[in-house]
Design a protein around this ligand. Structure first.
Ligand SMILES: Nc1ncnc2c1ncn2[C@@H]1O[C@H](COP(=O)(O)OP(=O)(O)O)[C@@H](O)[C@H]1O
Ligand SMILES: [Mg+2]
Length: 361
């Protein structure tokens, strides 16, 4: 059975300290939702409140309308994969995976088909009789995953499950988590501070900062239309054009910032006011570089290259504009050859920059 999960005004305080401000969040049955934010932003607090290991100071957690806020963890039927794998060291892989079934009174031959299916799903068949210490980190992670799914939970909660693995294994698991999610159809709520992980796997990303949700949207929307400077800067890289909004029409504004003048999409900003201050986020890969001033309906800036970094498939070029404003461009390797100190033109589409709410302070 799959059900919708709703957090309604959930807040967590430790004494005077607010770990999680009053939070509303809806997660649809079968969704793959990622909670993404820096360390200390409240991700684990949300996840452990859903699991039942943390009791909210106020607010309610509802599963298809049923209030489960006070229900003990073992009665929620949710699977949990913690940061450390917490496998039983003296039990074999098979016995570890069978454990949640035993706890539910399913033993011996009755458990076998479920355990075998979970082992197969996690590609663990050859390791069933090994002990955890005879496995690699990646294999131990698979055991934790198989164990959390063996009893067919309605929700799977994962707290930075890949943080102990090296980069290539993490990438492999990202693909695998997605495939397993598609296959079992269980709701996945995944916690990470890794932007790439969140972008690759999720149906939806919820961005947290200092105990509150800043924005919640599918990866592409979040990347293309961030609401705030924090989100634009946390999810990938951004240039920030800070200046005065000069005129507004058709969802585009003109923003004047020193040597640079650009159009920008109004994004999520309702009715930006001409004459007011504004900040627009411009992704480095939306900037093209040219030797001569380009034609067409583009925004342009002239600058001198101050740093060039070769990144394999792309080159990162830092430009200093005449008033010393910096712009970072990311262009495909081989698209232009530039040397440090050269004068070049940068161009971007009028709707490439997006107005965002500036960071406080
Ligand atoms: N038991 C606790 N007592 C006091 N403060 C806590 C406790 N658990 C978490 N916190 C604080 O709450 C904030 C959010 O923590 P957490 O949800 O674990 O963050 P994240 O998982 O995003 O790194 C942090 O500042 C953390 O120090
Ligand atoms: Mg955490």
């Amino acid at each position: 059975m799959k059900r919708n999960l709703v957090l309604s005004g959930v807040e967590k305080r430790y004494g005077d300290f607010v770990a999680l401000q009053k939070t509303d969040l809806e997660i649809k049955a079968g969704e793959f939702v990622t909670l993404l934010g820096p360390s200390g932003s409240g991700k684990t607090t949300i996840l452990m409140s859903i699991a039942g290991f943390v009791t909210p100071t106020s607010g309610q957690i509802l599963l298809d309308g049923e209030n489960i806020t006070g229900l003990p963890p073992e009665r929620r039927n949710f699977g949990v994969v913690f940061q450390g794998y917490a496998l039983f060291p003296h039990l074999t892989v098979y016995e570890n995976v069978a454990f949640p079934l035993r706890a539910r009174g399913i033993r011996g031959e009755a458990a076998r088909p479920k355990v075998e299916a979970a082992l197969a799903m996690a590609q663990l068949d050859p390791f069933a009789e090994r002990l955890p210490r005879q496995l690699s980190g990646g294999q131990q992670q698979r055991v934790a995953l198989a164990r959390s799914l063996v009893f067919g939970p309605e929700l799977l909660l994962l707290d930075e499950p890949l943080s102990a693995l090296d980069r290539s294994l993490r990438k492999e698991f990202q693909t695998e988590f997605k495939a397993i999610h598609r296959k079992v159809g269980t709701t996945f709520i995944y916690v990470t501070h890794d932007q790439e992980e969140a972008l690759t796997m999720s149906d939806r990303i919820v961005i947290l900062d200092r105990g509150r949700i800043l924005q919640s949207a599918p990866p592409r929307d979040l990347y293309e239309r961030p609401e705030t400077e924090f989100v634009a800067g946390f999810l990938g890289k951004s240039n920030f054009l800070r200046g005065r909004i000069e005129c507004v029409m058709d969802g585009l504004v003109e923003i004047h910032c020193g040597a640079l003048s650009s159009r920008a999409s109004a994004g999520h900003q309702q009715d930006p006011v001409p004459g007011s201050r504004g900040t627009a986020a411009l992704r480095p890969e939306k900037i093209a570089l040219h030797r001569a001033k380009p034609d067409g309906d583009l925004c342009t800036a002239r600058g001198r290259t101050t740093a060039i970094t070769y990144l394999g498939s792309a080159i990162e070029v830092e430009l200093a504009l005449p008033d010393d404003t910096r712009l970072t461009a990311m262009v495909p390797a081989g698209s232009i050859s530039v040397a440090e100190g050269e004068e070049v033109f940068a161009s971007w589409a009028p709707d490439a920059p997006v107005l965002v709410t500036p960071r406080e302070g």
